[in-house]
Design a protein around this ligand. Structure first.
Ligand code: FAD
Ligand code: SF4
Length: 463
């Protein structure tokens, strides 16, 4: 066996998958997983582990896979993460644990994410119960939002014996995992829902269709319903727009709306009564993971799709794997291009976008070279749908309805390293605090906040 070469993983054929919503990556077989795991050097001081935001003992779980001990591998993962099948699929491992794997110096790093996915899938397929909880301790904690931050905080507290209730605005639980990331990257029935069910097995209650700040306030939860602490994991779901003329035309979507209508409202399924009008030609504005997801979704709904991005391929913020998959499937890219107007027809529907070519100047505050418009380079581009994937910010509802909860200039809740906010007993973490980030960072914040809440409650009520 070549120690430096990764065991390849199978994907659905690009031509076939561009027409369906089934998962793109098919995962390792048992034999492939064992072979890949055997490449791991089981480093005494593993350089991969410090780069995992939830500190998974990576050599431990990979060592079990190498020995064919798949159940033990799943237990080793469960000590640190409530969502291994999700993280194995969507975490940017190439910039985290895998980026510092020692094998990467001379060859290909261990496929840590794909092995995590394998162990989690194997445990689910074999009905392995990985959750253990302590006896109930009598304290109640409310969690707002069922995304990765809320789910992780809830799971860790339930394991410690807390009586945990999640309040979720939507009718389904999982946050972006359920409404944002498409089925072909993260299957809902097969992967997300079972991980949410595991949480319920730990005793966590989930109340859907509850908008905190409308249905109930944080003050009500503490003062009337007797919760000893609250964790706010309400994410960053408020879309940003460019502020250019024509953005209010029919046929302009935010990526969040487009993806939610497809993922949560199942617009892609003929047996649902909530379709979406995608049109024949679609421009997606932006270059992050959300833009790739919107573009690949529009493609699967039958459109010809362009990503319009103001920098070059090199600066694309999306994961390399996602860009590669989008290109393989037939998404086209207009680099160094920025829209300046959306043009409509007489009925108020989009018919084109007016764009401007850009060139890269000196680096800006983000360290990336600043795109500068080229004078006289304007051109029109016929499209019938425009999807804005320009980023999101936290919804202001919770801070606006909670006295003493400070936010910063970016509308994010201010919290310290264990999630304590300016309001006693109220903790926060994930995208609501950092702005739009990643699943694993949200999970890391949920984990730290669980420790912060445990300490706060014990110090306050047991002295
Ligand atoms: P969220 O997942 O946003 O969950 C917040 C939850 O709170 C939601 O369910 C919301 O309905 C609920 N909520 C909000 N307000 C209230 C309220 N007032 N009352 C009750 N409930 C409320 N990250 C990656 O690591 N890899 C990827 O590949 C990736 N792809 C992405 C693709 C898309 C399309 C998007 C949008 C994001 C992607 N991300 C990815 C980012 C990642 O999903 C987020 O960083 C992560 O989900 C944040 O977790 P969270 O728990 O903080 O918030
Ligand atoms: Fe294995 Fe790489 Fe981590 Fe070493 S650094 S333990 S080889 S995954």
């Amino acid at each position: 066996m070549d120690r430096f070469t990764r065991v390849p993983i199978s994907n659905q054929d690009p031509k076939v998958r561009a027409t369906n919503f089934d998962e793109v990556c098919l995962g390792y077989t048992e034999e492939e997983a064992v072979k890949e795991a055997k490449r791991c050097l089981q480093c005494k001081k593993p350089s991969c582990r410090p780069n995992c935001p939830v500190n998974i003992n990576i050599p431990e779980f990979i060592g079990h896979i190498a020995e064919g001990e798949f159940e033990e591998a799943a237990h080793a993962l469960a000590k640190y993460t409530a969502l291994p099948a999700v993280c194995g699929r969507v975490c940017p491992q190439e910039t985290q644990c895998e980026s510092t794997c020692v094998l990467g110096k001379k060859g290909e790093p261990i496929a840590i994410g794909k092995l995590e996915r394998f162990a989690a899938d194997w445990a689910r397929e074999h009905n392995i119960d990985v959750g253990k909880t302590k006896e109930k301790n009598g304290y109640k904690v409310a969690i707002i939002g069922s995304g990765p931050a809320g789910v992780t905080c809830a799971g860790d507290l339930a394991k410690e014996g807390y009586d945990v209730t999640i309040f979720e605005a939507l009718h389904e639980s999982g946050g972006v995992l359920i409404y944002g990331i498409p089925e072909f990257r993260l299957p809902k029935e097969k992967v997300v829902k079972p991980e949410i069910e595991n949480l319920k097995k730990l005793g966590v209650k989930i109340e859907n269709n509850v908008i905190v700040g409308r249905t109930v306030t944080i003050d009500d939860l503490i003062e009337k319903e007797g919760f000893h602490a609250v964790f706010v994991g309400s994410g960053a779901g408020l879309p940003m727009f460019m502020g250019i003329p024509g953005e209010n035309l029919n046929g302009v979507f935010s990526a969040n709306e487009f993806l939610t209508r497809n993922n949560l409202m199942k617009a892609f399924r003929e047996d649902y009564d909530t379709p979406i009008k995608v049109g024949k030609k679609v421009a997606v504005i932006g270059g992050g993971n959300v833009a790739m997801d919107a573009a690949r979704t529009a493609l699967r709904l039958g459109a010809e799709v362009w990503i319009v991005y103001r920098r070059t391929e090199e600066e694309l913020p999306a994961r390399v794997e996602e860009v590669h998959h989008a290109m393989e499937e037939g998404v086209k890219f207009e680099f160094l291009t920025s829209p300046i107007e959306v043009i409509g027809n007489e009925d108020g529907w989009v018919k084109a976008i007016k764009c401007q070519r850009m060139e890269l100047g000196e680096p800006d505050a983000s360290g990336r070279r600043r795109p500068m418009p080229i004078e006289g380079s304007e051109f029109e581009f016929d499209v019938d749908t425009v999807i804005m994937a320009l980023g999101t910010s936290p919804n202001p509802l919770i801070p606006a309805t909670t006295d003493g909860l400070d936010i910063n200039k970016r509308k994010c809740i201010v919290a310290d390293e264990v999630g304590q906010t300016s309001r006693e007993g109220v903790f926060a973490g994930g995208d609501a605090v950092t702005g739009s980030a990643t699943v694993i960072l949200a999970m890391g914040a949920g984990k730290k906040a669980a420790q912060g809440i445990d300490k706060y409650i014990k110090e306050k009520y047991e002295k």
